[in-house]
Design a protein around this ligand. Sequence first.
Ligand code: PLP
Length: 416
Amino acid sequence: MKFSTKAIHAGQGADPATGATIVPIYQTSTYTQEAVGVHKGFDYSRTINPTRLALETQLAALEGAEYGCAFASGMAATSAVLNLLSAGDHIVVTDDLYGGTYRLFSRVLTRYGLEFTYVDMADLDAVRAAIKPNTKMFWVETPTNPLLKLIDIRAMVEIARSPRQARGPSIPQDDKRIPQDDKRIPQDDDSIVVVVDNTFASPYFQQPLALGADIVVHSTTKYIGGHSDVVGGAALTSDKEHFDVIKFHQNAVGGVPSPHDAWLTMRGAKTLAIRMREHAKNAQAVAEFLEAHPEVERVYYPGLPSHPQHDLAKRQMSGFGGMVSFTLKGPEQRAIDFANRMHYFSLAESLGGVESLICHPARMTHGSIPKEERERRGVTDGLLRLSVGIEDVDDLIGDLRQALQLPRAVAGSAAR
Ligand SMILES: Cc1ncc(COP(=O)(O)O)c(C=O)c1O
């Protein structure tokens, strides 16, 4: 099956009980058993539910994965994947990432003994230098949120798979955890799991598992759900051992989506391909319009030849997605006034729905990152992020044009 066919058919055969063409919402917490220990494979809905199972099969197929687990949110999916690790393990993380992921890592998981190092993963030497003897995972978000930097997934995989000695100079050769007589640590002890948060690109434009990554994570709240009406997450992999651990934690920790949410997500995902094509077409036009406008200082969009990693984007992605970030000329307050003046771009967190959104990352999505740290990463108070929807692009550009007429020197809030 090709991508669009999978979106509509994978996991979604006619209902075996009734013949219903569309997978029913199995709104049940439990299942009547024929006799003690005799049932149809379903015993309790935190553990397994037919609607959720259909979604998991659909999403796994879209990522080219063998296995999938659906969660109540993207953060629940991220937490479940981090459960692969134990206290004392170290994770190398991309330094430009969703603020909520940073908050989970820095304020929750460090209390359980996990250690995180944030690096600019566009710099492969910095990645190698960050590896320690106890490094067990690379957490890759690409394109990054909100600066739309790209990380070379294949290069991350190569570093993760290379023998420790070849990875970089920072590994202390006298570390007690490395047997001194063993120059090549056995793969089991040595492996670094490569996880890619593929939320921004969606599986339609980027297939991290095909590039060698081990696990893909999604906030299905975004492009996969696609209509800003449901929160969800997913973890997809073809590695049975990883899947078993994630599945165990899905049940043990319990962050599962309701059957209705699973159904909404599955319905949204059926049209992922056509929506993504429209998002990317509109985003390209919006990015080009902004780049040519004299009041715009800088535009961040992987589909622009001016993007420093445009070539990597062309290699790694089959389209450039629907997210565009930019800064305006003039004082930072102008960005806030600009956001307040939009008509079709709703001022809202989140992304990936059919409707266009504008957000001020410093005060909204990335407000949980301390100001100094945020600015060090380039997420300044003047940055704006657009989730370009699939409305008529002329209306979207018209909306941006009217807001750009705001004088540079303006201070204080313009009326919305
Ligand atoms: C890239 C990325 N990953 C993960 C998440 C978390 O997903 P959720 O809000 O569904 O928990 C988000 C949310 O904005 C995100 O943008």
